[in-house]
Design a protein around this ligand. Sequence first.
Ligand code: AOS
Ligand code: ZN
Ligand code: ZN
Ligand code: ZN
Length: 431
Amino acid sequence: MLRRIDASVINDENEKLKSHLDADYAALADKLARDNIDIETITAKAGEFQVAVPSWGTGTGGTRFARFPGTGEPRNIWEKLEDCAVINEMSGCTDSVSPHFPWDVVSDFSELKEKADAYGLKWVSVNSNTFQDQKGQEYSYKYGSLSNTKKESRDLAIQHNLDVIEYGKQLGAKSLTVWVGDGSNHPGQSHFQRAFERYLASMEEVYKGLPDDWEMHIEHKMFEPAFYSTIIQDWGSNLLAAMHLGPKCKSLVDLGHHAPNTNIEMIVSRLIQFKKLGGFHFNDSKYGDDDLDSGSLHPYQQFLIFNELVDAEYRGQEGFGPAYMLDQSHNVTDPAESLINSAIEVQRSYVKALLVNREALYGYQEDNDALMASLELKNVFNLDISPILAMARYRKGAPINPLGVYRAAGYREGMAKQRPQDPNATGSGIV
Ligand code: AOS
Ligand code: ZN
Ligand code: ZN
Ligand code: ZN
């Protein structure tokens, strides 16, 4: 397999840390064995866990005020793919990339797929972009795309989504994620029902273009860029649209797209129950769609979400198989470092949720023993399961200490020399 960071750098660093890892792993194995948990089963599952990386997350993000790019940033999809390969080599749990069109300009899809194959990377959900006008675009999205009052703009947005499906087919993707910023900024500006009817009619056309083995994922978001109303503002509108459109259409939950304090894990449960959970955009948030690093602020919330997901897995819930992806914007860190760390934090939540004694929890729930039920979750959350994650990485040739190796390899410094920046560059992650 083609590599970005030499395996010898990883091996040298791993050798220094292996005896400590063995000791920590053995201690954790003993502790878990007391609760009849076989650490090897858990480590094997940790090794299977994967979360996709968004192509746009590999460049430095920004706000509407400013962007402060780092050095050696990827300048195109080829270089973004290179960084995604590094992120996977370091994290051992990000074997797929999600592209965004037309940000990712591709002239030869088969060449791009070949390159990704060589790195051992797959392409998952393809994303359409009808939230900004492209240069020379004939009909504007200023007043909306799929729900615009003007048919010309709606048709353009429909066609773009159909085009993106075609791109995805060439890359071997299996789903289309649709997020639109359509909405209004003034009370009275938009007729809520008519706008939603137009959105649904447009989405029906996109749905018709979906291959049989594809899914379409709708992403809801409370506000921004429209600040009074948004067409798919919450999981209610999302689910209504997904139900209206058909079985291949499901809802996608971006953690940052809810009002503060929303019980997101319960939304997840509802979507699971009705076979409508399509996937996730993981990130963390304090105020709104902050797109902060996963698990950096609310690790317990992230764990509680995985508690629902693992519960569905445990019960063999029909129609369950959400796509896991990160959707973050990195303003002050090296995006690759944030993505490596975030992927591992998502994996950590998954692994912790595996440790919950489901039968014991069901028993506490039946007996209305609120405190013991809550402790069944909290005690698992309080465990440091890092040795499991490190061992899972070690066994697949990834680093015990990913950020240590990434820095020791001098990857970004090397890229700074190879990728001189265009001072006028705009691009993904800036919106
Ligand atoms: C926008 O807020 C959404 O999270 C979308 O997923 C969007 O396509 C992505 O974040 C790129 O801007
Ligand atoms: Zn998102
Ligand atoms: Zn977000
Ligand atoms: Zn978002």
